[in-house]
Every structure is written in C-alpha cells, then in structure tokens.
Write a protein of this length. Structure first.
Length: 370
C-alpha cells in the first residue's frame, strides 16, 4: 500500500452516524452497514476489519483500503496506589496530552482531554499555566474512550468498566466546540458507546455563548468551574469571568437545563486556603444558587510546581460544606484521587512545546468561539 493511499484513509473514529452512513454509501453499501460497523467499533472495541465477521468480505477489503481505526499513541502509563491510572498520549511529534481512569466501587470514570494545553489561564490549574497549542480532533477525543476500554480489558457483552466519561482533562471543551460536540454525540449514540446522557459530563469555565449553542446541539450533563461567589474574586481565579460575569454565566446554565430538560448543573468550587473558603463566602454562594437546580462539588486544591495556592484544611472544607447544606444546597466534597502520579483535578499537564502563553482578550475569545 502506498504512502498516498495510507494518507487518504478515513479514520472512522471521527465520524458520527450520518458521517459513517455517508462513508459507507461512498463504498456502494447500504446504511445498515454503517450501524454494523459502529457496533463492531464501539460495542465490541474491534480495530481489525478482518475480524468483523458479519461484514461481507469485499466490504471488509474496501475498508482495509479506504479506512482505519486510529487512536492516539500511548507514550507512558502511570498507576497510582489508589488504583487511578494515567496515560500520556501522543498528539504529534512534539505534543502530548493526558487521560485518567478513576475506579470506584459503583462506577469507573474516565477523564478525557479536549485540547493540548489550555488558553483560559485559570490561576489555580496546572494545565492553564502551561499554555495552549491546539485543539484535539473528534477522533482524538473519541479515541481516548476507545483506547481506554481496550487498555482496561473491556469485553464485548461484559460489564462496563468505563461507566462515566467526563471532559475535565486538559483544555476547555467549549473552546473546541466543533470537535467536542460530535465526540459527545458518538459517546451517547445507541450504536456508539451508548453511554447515558447523565453519565457524560462536559465541564466548562464559562464560555457563555457556547453554552447556549450546546443547548441546541447535544444533551449531556453540564459542570461549571465557578470557584468564587463574586465577580471580583472570580476575575482573578477564572479570567474568562471578565468577559462573561457570573450573572451571565448562571443565566446560560439555567437556559441549558430548561432546553435539555436536565436535572441540575454541577458547580465546581476548588477550595483555596484564605482565598475563597470563608464562611461568609459560603453564604454568598448559597444565596447565588438558592432555589436553583444546582449541585456544588467542593474540590480540595491539588498543588503543582510554582503555585502559591494552598489547599483549605479539612475542618474548613467541612464547615464550608455544612454551611451550604444548612442553607438548602446540595454539596459534596470530591475525593482526591491519583495525586501521587499528578493525576488529580487541576494537575494534568501533558507536554506542550512551542506553547502559546496567552492572556484573555476579545481576539482570543473570538477565535475560540469560531
């Protein structure tokens, strides 16, 4: 097979069902072949066309020539003492990104990346401090789930190992809207990974226009990185707030819930000692979200090299949680997992060379939303 032929092959992991049907039609086959093909790829995790036994031989030969199932390459793997597993994945010759699997008694959560690095520059996040290089393709996003299933030993027809997928790894998912939305659809599709919409969570720092766009496109769980109860503090912690303040962000969240008939929005709140962990701030936060479909997930801060922030103490976090609950909110504390391999929330850094260190500007945000 020539190099030109290899370059022309279509990576099927990047195709939603309509795209798969169009590709199959281009080979002269009927739409039901697309559903068979998706079932083999996603339900059975098969990457070898020759092994797809209920597909006609000539069709399999066409697939071998015209298509491929290409996932990101594994650069390294790290296993935590608590069972968490982190992979460093190759994006290209110079770039790498990370995904993390977190096993628990009642579920297995895969945390995947949407970008190599991140441009939003949140001050408490290791990924944000490393800069931004590029968006991941739909195939690279979906490929993380496919690859993790295979690495974790998932078997066709067996119990799910990955029950939940969260787009909380490297990058801002809504800044890569064009590639993330098709990837989420593939995760939800009956002939794709067939994961419940309540078990696929997209986390955003608050790109308000894209939350409205998301409400038109796909129905998944929504998580929002809030981290402060007022605009002055959030401007420092999450600079996108300077463009889209809390009031605008919350209106977009309630719109999403109304449009998608969702249950609630999860608001992530990293606990920073002496910064956002005072009882008065808990009261402000409770007033902000009172009588709204909201859950609050308190996240113990995970340190990384060069940061000046420290994690709030356990008693302070517990008091903060109790104050929220007393005022009628649902609040939980996220259990820190994988911190011994830098796989905990906010620690993913991957590898970015020739990185773009950027501060927020209208030009940057405009480009991100295109």
């Amino acid at each position: 097979m020539t190099e030109a032929t290899l370059e022309a092959r279509v990576n099927l992991l990047g195709l939603e069902r309509p795209g798969m049907e169009a590709f199959v039609a281009s080979l002269g086959s009927k739409p039901f072949r697309a559903r068979q093909l998706m079932s083999w790829i996603y339900k059975r995790g098969e990457g070898n066309f020759d092994s797809m036994s209920d597909l006609a031989r000539d069709f399999r030969d066409q697939l071998t020539t015209r298509a491929e199932i290409r996932t990101p390459q594994i650069v390294s793997r790290h296993d935590s003492s608590d069972g968490t597993r982190k992979w460093l994945l190759k994006a290209d010759a110079a770039q790498a990104f990370e995904m993390v699997f977190i096993p628990e008694i009642d579920r297995g959560t895969l945390c995947i990346s949407s970008q190599v690095g991140c441009a939003l520059d949140c001050s408490f996040c290791s990924t944000g401090q490393q800069g931004f290089n590029r968006n991941l393709t739909t195939a690279e996003i979906v490929g993380q789930v496919w690859l993790a299933n295979r690495e974790l030993g998932a078997e066709p027809g067996g119990a799910r190992i990955i029950t939940n997928v969260v787009l909380m790894g490297m990058g801002e998912p809504l800044a890569n809207f064009r590639n993330v939305v098709p990837a989420v659809r593939i995760m939800l599709d009956d002939f794709g990974f067939d994961i419940s919409r309540r078990r696929v969570t997209l986390s955003t720092s608050g790109l308000v226009p894209q939350i409205y766009n998301l409400a038109k496109e796909v129905n998944c769980a929504l998580a929002v990185s809030l981290h402060a109860p007022d605009d002055a503090l959030r401007n420092e912690l999450v600079p996108i707030n300077r463009k889209h303040p809390i009031s605008e962000l919350l209106e977009a969240c309630w719109h999403y819930i109304d449009e998608q008939n969702g249950r609630s929005v999860t608001f992530e709140y990293v606990m920073l000692e002496g910064v956002n962990d005072k009882i008065e701030q808990a009261r402000q936060l409770a007033a902000l979200l009172k009588n709204r479909p909201a859950k609050i997930n308190l996240i113990p801060f995970n340190r990384f090299p060069g940061t000046a922030y420290r994690c709030s103490s356990v008693p302070v976090i517990l008091r903060f949680k109790d104050e929220l609950i007393k005022r009628g909110l649902m609040a939980t504390i996220r259990r820190t997992r994988g911190d011994d391999i830098d796989a905990a929330c906010g620690q993913l850094a991957g590898r970015v060379k020739d990185r773009i260190r950027v501060r927020l500007s209208d030009k940057l945000i405009g480009a991100a939303l295109q």
